[in-house]
Design a protein around this ligand. Structure first.
Ligand code: URA
Length: 201
């Protein structure tokens, strides 16, 4: 089984799509291997590309404020992106780039086994929700297999359109209760936990 460190090395050396040619550094993601909550953004921006770390620019600053509002620090959660290399001029990632990067994200999720995946923006929302608008489903958790997906607007949305700030700030306040509910479920030995036991679903 690959470790997170091995996966990170593969991501840093990746040449699977055109973004490898224009990137400075690939951005595998970071956080503890036993993180219960994983945040997945869209793609690295300028600062992330320079530093090889996710969410270190203005959107990252806001993400840290959001985490602080629920008494978490970025060191306690895993932070990654759908696409690990910066698209030129921060353009949207293209479908073939997302597809080329998908095995890395899937491997990260398989290794981490987070209880909750917070999707930030529409690209990571598409991991668990299809044909829905983020405006309709943000802040509403959905269980897929063993993981609860929690869709939120991307923090950068609040930087460009201030009306999103309050929505995002309100949504994240739901996370502690979702986690508490998940942790309260203690499946009997040999019995998988059932989604019906979870009050929020
Ligand atoms: N926006 C993202 O989606 N990811 C980052 O890492 C930074 C900004």
């Amino acid at each position: 089984m690959t470790t997170l460190e091995e996966l990170n090395a593969q991501i840093r050396a990746c040449q699977r799509c055109r973004l490898a040619k224009s990137r400075t550094l690939a951005v595998p993601g970071e956080g503890p291997s036993n993180a219960k909550i994983m945040f997945i953004g869209e793609a690295p921006g300028f600062h992330e590309d320079q530093q090889g770390r996710p969410f270190v620019g203005a959107a990252g600053q806001f993400l840290e404020e959001l985490l602080a509002s629920i008494n978490l620090t970025r060191q306690q959660v895993f932070i990654a992106n759908v696409v690990k290399c910066r698209p030129p001029n921060n353009r949207d990632p293209q479908p073939d780039e997302i597809e080329a990067c998908r095995p890395f994200l899937e491997a990260q999720i398989a290794l981490l086994k987070p209880k909750i995946i917070v999707t930030l923006g529409r690209y990571s929302m598409a991991l668990a929700f299809s044909n829905v608008s983020i405006s309709r489903i943000h802040g509403q958790p959905k269980r897929v297999g063993d993981i609860v997906y929690f869709p939120m607007f991307h923090p950068a949305a609040a930087l460009h359109q201030p009306q999103y700030r309050a929505l995002i700030e309100r949504d994240i306040l739901k996370l502690p209760q979702i986690l508490a509910d998940l942790e309260a479920i203690k499946p009997a030995p040999d019995e998988p936990s059932s989604p019906q036991q979870l009050r929020l679903f």
